[in-house]
Design a binder for this molecule. Sequence first.
Ligand code: ADP
Ligand code: ASP
Ligand code: MG
Length: 444
Amino acid sequence: MDSAGITMRVLKFGGTSVGNAGNLARVRDIVKARSPRPVVVVSAHAGVTDELLTQARAAAAGKYSLRRLRSRHTRLYKELGIDPAVVAPVFDELNDLLRGLTLVGELTPRSLDLVASFGERLSARGIAEFFRQGDLPAVATDAFDLGLRTDSRFTQATPDAVCFPAVRKALRALKDQLPVVTGFIAKDQNGDITTLGRSGSDFTATLLGAALGVSEVEIWTDVDGVMTADPRVVKKARSIPTLSIAEASELAYYGARVIHPATMLPAIEKRIPVSVRNTSRPELEGTTIVAEGGANRGTVKSIAYKRGIILITVASTRMLLQSGFMAKIFEVFARYDLSVDLVATSEVTVSVTIDTDRHLKDVKRDLTAIAKVDIERDLAQVCVVGDGIREKIGAAAEVFGVLKKRRIPVRLISHGGTKINISFLIDDEQVNRAVRALHRSLFE
Ligand code: ADP
Ligand code: ASP
Ligand code: MG
């Protein structure tokens, strides 16, 4: 209940859910069936953000084309029976921006975010128009106009909860309407448009949910919920009825693409349940993520993986045990705003993993100044998650037994501070095999 005594919800629809006319008709039905009226958060239509980023790079290199983006939207609008004129001014603005980029000939993270923001600015307008034609009082709303603020770390901005009261007030002012809010984007203190990182619309949904104090946030997507593994890798993956917030956070952070890594953060503080549901099968319950797990507490829940992992091993025979050496190593990563995933130490080495090669040269140079550095690429990180890992003896033995049987060498192991995950590194080319074998043993 919010303080007005109304049980409100935020419903977020992802790129595929808003990607074609058939799905959008289902989205409209789902929204229509809700009372009181929810707040709707939308992603760009599937494929649009990728194309925008491609054209941003092309423009900075001298030549771009809006042909694909225009025809993507025109075709969809035709199927929906709406007039493309609703987005004509947005396309004009995008065209001016890209032309500007051809003149300056360079692409900063700030202009990359500005270009990327057009995906959601377009989709919110088109979807609101489609809703209006179905007799819903929809208004397209840019999240920054609600007051959603972040820092200025373009392409990966962090929201500032200080803006919540303003967002709440702005959303309340729309209470007789149906706000269709842009996911993914916000503005910084200077008024520049920022993005919350790829897949960030999930995060927008829980941020708005926390600002409003809603009773639930629903993430509507193209699978039956959070599943026991990525269904694109494991055919027999199945939907998990309930997850604890801690389990869902670990899964998201360690690569389960179905929710953006930061999605659960706003929900944790306000203890707001989050559900993950399939737009194509609205009759299913999907997955409910609640503070303390549910009926399936005490089991192993899911396997996540992340590819493109880099392992950095720092070796020092003299200095490792001296106080301050570890701090020096981590200070190097902090200097370049890199977050470290797994960490393992031995008497003379410290190994850490990162999931990007951004600033890798700088990191190598700075670390080499204090120790011997070895860098390995093409690794994958696999993570088995579930509160059953903490409670059940032998979960780790089972995981590593499976890998041993398949002769998949394991590079680095971490049991996580929360004891609800077991993470390890393997060669990238082994990742599908490893995930399938683990799934068979743990869930089939
Ligand atoms: P949306 O556009 O709705 O945000 P995403 O593509 O971002 O959807 O996320 C949904 C996809 O996440 C699924 O199609 C699936 O391939 C992938 N995925 C990866 N791991 C999982 C998992 N454990 N459970 C469900 N889906 C997963
Ligand atoms: N449109 C953005 C992306 O493709 C955000 C999202 O879909 O959540 O990453
Ligand atoms: Mg997503």
